[in-house]
Design a protein around this ligand. Structure first.
Ligand code: FES
Length: 108
């Protein structure tokens, strides 16, 4: 592990809601949304780039997270804004899982 890596334990895979597939956590003061997509955990910034909505309250469909406020969608794997009104991408965080513990790289 290089000295620039900064893996932070943020929760457990079992904490991710089986209903929504999401979990909102804080990483160094930033709200981050964890997703369980198939059997892989992903992480993005939690705040929609269009407004102030929490993506953890949105809906996952076909690898996209749909914002609960105006239904704009982002690609969970890449952070790309896929549908209007979202234009700016969301930040994506590297994730690793050891046992049941999820780690997010805060300074990728
Ligand atoms: Fe997310 Fe408007 S706040 S689409």
């Amino acid at each position: 592990m290089s000295s620039t890596e900064n893996w932070i334990a943020v929760g457990s895979v079992s904490d991710i809601s089986p209903d929504t597939g999401t979990l909102r956590v804080m990483v160094e003061g930033e709200a981050v949304c964890l997703y369980k997509l198939d059997d892989t955990v992903h992480a993005t910034q939690d705040r929609c780039t269009h407004g102030q909505a929490s993506l953890a309250e949105g809906y996952i469909e076909d690898g996209l997270i749909e914002c609960p406020l105006h239904q704009g969608c982002f690609d969970i794997r890449t952070g790309a804004a896929v549908t209007a009104p979202c234009k700016e991408p969301i930040r994506v965080y590297p994730v690793k899982v050891e046992g049941d513990t999820i780690y997010v790289e805060a300074n990728p």
